[in-house]
Design a protein around this ligand. Structure first.
Ligand SMILES: C[S@@+](CC[C@H](N)C(=O)[O-])C[C@H]1O[C@@H](n2cnc3c(N)ncnc32)[C@H](O)[C@@H]1O
Length: 273
């Protein structure tokens, strides 16, 4: 399938089929990862792997270790976008403790079932797995302290919606700690697609600058992209950090219909600033 003819629905279907199969492999006790040097549980410390059920480790399909960069504290609410078998949710749950909460969001039933089993085996009680798309997060505005994600933004059908949703659910002063595959600036979408498939986390990857602009455009600040290791030629895994400024106003979606028929100005009032 070429990038040109992929719709949101076909991307979700292709990606879901791919990760449903991976979840079943991990549930049977085999490693779901095809490239263990650059993707998967080797990117975690032995100590972290020992904390977790085997199936959560075997289902690890991330390109980094977002909990290591998110600097989680007891009592915080964390959301993991594309939580898969639950590895980062379970690690987060330990860091935020009984007064905190770790949410995992995923669209694939088989991954959600595996994550629930892993959470039960780990005895985690402060976790919640939600079914849905990261392009439309089923949580209220300003409801989480930290958004993490491990190798999933590249799989999203609508990256603009993902960035908008991250900014919406973060509380002012909240932060992101994401790991994802990104392309060097200058690598065209066609060149990215030559290097790997969409479901394989390559063809849909943003460039460094595209990722930065996406975060800036929704008002996030202190944006840092730090490459960690090469995944394929011209494409790296990177740590992406940013914060939502304390004084930031809620985002207004100017493309959304106005149910009350009120004409809002560009600052949310009835005039323009
Ligand atoms: C590469 S795996 C990573 C899983 C997990 N983060 C980890 O590190 O093991 C991608 C996961 O994201 C989920 N996913 C991909 N696109 C998604 C979307 N648009 N909305 C929700 N979940 C998505 C898949 O179902 C899959 O479980």
């Amino acid at each position: 399938m070429t990038l040109e003819i992929m719709t949101t629905e076909s991307i979700h279907e292709t990606v879901r089929d791919h990760y449903a199969a991976a979840a079943l492999v991990a549930a049977q006790g085999d490693c779901a990862c095809s490239n263990p040097e650059t993707i998967g549980s080797q990117l975690y410390s032995a100590l972290e792997r020992d904390e977790l059920p085997d199936a959560a480790v075997l289902a690890s399909l991330g390109c980094g270790n977002p909990t290591a960069v998110a600097d989680l504290h007891p009592g915080e609410r964390v959301l993991d976008l594309g939580s898969g078998g639950g590895i980062d949710v379970l690690l987060s749950a330990r860091r935020v403790g009984p007064t905190g909460r770790a949410f995992g969001l995923d669209m694939t039933d088989e991954m959600l079932a595996l994550a629930q089993r892993n959470a039960a085996e780990a005895g985690a009680t402060n976790v919640e797995f939600l079914k849905g798309h990261i392009e439309a997060i089923p949580l209220p505005a300003a409801s989480v302290d930290v958004v993490i994600s491990n190798c999933v933004v590249n799989l999203a059908a609508d990256k603009t919606a993902v960035f908008r949703e991250i900014a919406r659910v973060l509380r002012p002063g909240g932060r992101i700690g994401i790991t994802d595959i990104v392309a060097e600036d200058g690598l065209s979408p066609a060149q990215r697609a030559e290097r790997g498939s969409f479901a394989g986390c390559i063809a849909g990857a943003l460039s460094m600058t595209e990722f930065r602009i996406g975060l800036e455009s929704v008002g996030l600040a202190n944006i840092r992209l730090t490459p960690t290791h090469t995944v394929v030629e011209g494409m790296v895994s990177a740590i992406i950090q940013a914060t939502k400024p304390v004084g930031s106003l809620p985002l207004i979606d100017l493309s959304a219909p106005d149910p009350a028929g009120t004409q809002l100005g560009c600052c949310g009032g009835d005039g323009c600033c």
